[in-house]
Design a binder for this molecule. Structure first.
Ligand code: GDP
Ligand code: MG
Length: 369
């Protein structure tokens, strides 16, 4: 088998050998500059630097950069990306609906909203993008695939019910992801609402309200009566300002697939959250195992757009197949690059599949014996 030394790999990626060694340590591999890495290890570590490792027919290792270094433009403030989490029936869907209705930009379009898994709201306090693929599963699934799309978690807790199982789960997920929590104490219109109890219960998880000397933002809301929704949006902006979220819109786009499916008439479609750069019609890209050229971009209001900048969700048409939620979406320089990266990833995926299939059949064999 072909191997490559740490030093050679670093040189071909244009990074310091010490950076590669540090990254390898993160993967649990202790290495020196002269150490030879097998293709699989080299592939793993190269991915962290935005490179693909391909083993050609000649067995020679090729290093391909997904996106070349660009003259960086200015980093600019970008809108926050928010996921709403909480126990079932505490009002997640109702809050998302109430927020959507506050969108000042949707008025004239007649309010025909498309469900694409994420939407952007232009509130009077500023823009916010909400990922509304159903709750925890999407969040954990994407995180397990290494994708981090959320800047802020809005934790919805019903004031008449308090902290429940999925409340605790949501707190654990947000903490593991290092994502700050803004609490929406919902259903305050109910007779038996007890917001102070919710604060006490959440305080035990370290979510201490500001008025008690902590740094967790609490909002009291009623999604049903439309109370406190604007305040919630303002507080999301406050939390976002603390995070100083920035992105460079002048770069080639990079983002994450939020959801994807095979559409009867339109073929494979994927909702992509752009996280860096600007995505444009005509761009060549790689999305998980697949590649393509952007044929059209549709926003969450069903409008065709020419481009989408940082923190904007758009539905992309022009994919060669259906990627998975959490897959990375990267614009590359040309069709050749898009196709070769996709081909090498498919080959690798098939090899892994075959390897696990043959292991299973061997296991079965031993079971019978
Ligand atoms: P989810 O499971 O967290 O998405 O919760 P839903 O948004 O589906 O809400 C569950 C139930 O609570 C529905 O019957 C809603 O009408 C109701 N609900 C949601 N928000 C409020 C609220 O602020 N006040 C009251 N009284 N009911 C609410
Ligand atoms: Mg719901």
């Amino acid at each position: 088998f072909e191997t490559i030394t740490v030093g050679d790999l670093a040189k071909r990626m244009g990074v310091k050998a010490s950076e590669v060694i540090a990254q390898l340590m993160g993967l649990g591999v202790m290495a020196t500059v002269n150490q030879a890495l097998d293709v699989d290890t080299a592939t793993l570590v190269a991915a962290d630097f935005g490179y693909e490792v391909e083993q050609g027919m000649t067995e020679e290792i090729e290093i391909m950069q997904l996106q070349e270094q660009e003259e960086g433009g200015e980093e600019q403030p970008r809108p926050p990306v928010v996921t709403v989490m909480g126990h079932v029936d505490h009002g997640k869907t109702s809050i998302l609906d109430a927020i959507r209705k506050t969108d000042v930009a949707s008025g004239e379009a007649g309010g025909i909203t498309q469900h694409i898994g994420a939407y952007h709201v232009q509130a009077s306090s500023g823009g916010v993008t909400f990922v509304d693929t159903p709750g925890h599963a999407a969040f954990t699934e994407m995180r397990s695939r290494g994708a981090q799309v959320t800047d802020i978690v809005v934790l919805v807790v019903a004031a008449d019910d308090g902290v429940m199982d999925q409340t605790r789960e949501a707190i654990a997920h947000a903490k593991a992801a290092g994502v700050p929590i803004v609490v929406a104490v919902n259903k305050i219109d109910k007779d038996n609402a007890d917001p102070e109890r919710v604060k006490r219960e959440l305080g035990e998880f370290g979510l201490i309200p500001e008025e008690w000397g902590g740094d967790t933002i609490y909002c009291e809301t009623s999604a049903k009566r439309n109370i406190g929704i604007d305040e919630l949006l303002e507080n999301i902006q406050l939390q976002a300002e603390i995070l100083e979220l920035k992105a460079d819109p002048s770069r080639k786009a990079r983002g994450t697939v939020i959801e994807a499916q095979l559409h009867k008439g339109r073929g494979p479609v994927a909702t992509v959250l752009v996280q860096e750069g600007t995505l444009r019609v005509g761009d060549y890209f790689v999305a998980g195992l697949y590649s393509g050229k952007v044929r059209s971009l549709t926003n969450d209001r069903g409008e065709q757009v020419r481009e989408a900048g940082p923190a904007m969700p758009v539905e992309v048409q022009g994919l060669s197949g259906v990627p998975s939620a959490g897959d990375e979406f990267v614009v590359v320089k040309d069709e050749k690059m898009a196709k070769s990266v996709s081909a090498s990833r498919q080959l690798k995926a098939r090899e892994t599949e075959l390897a696990s299939a043959s292991k299973v059949s061997l296991d079965n064999l031993f079971e019978k014996i």
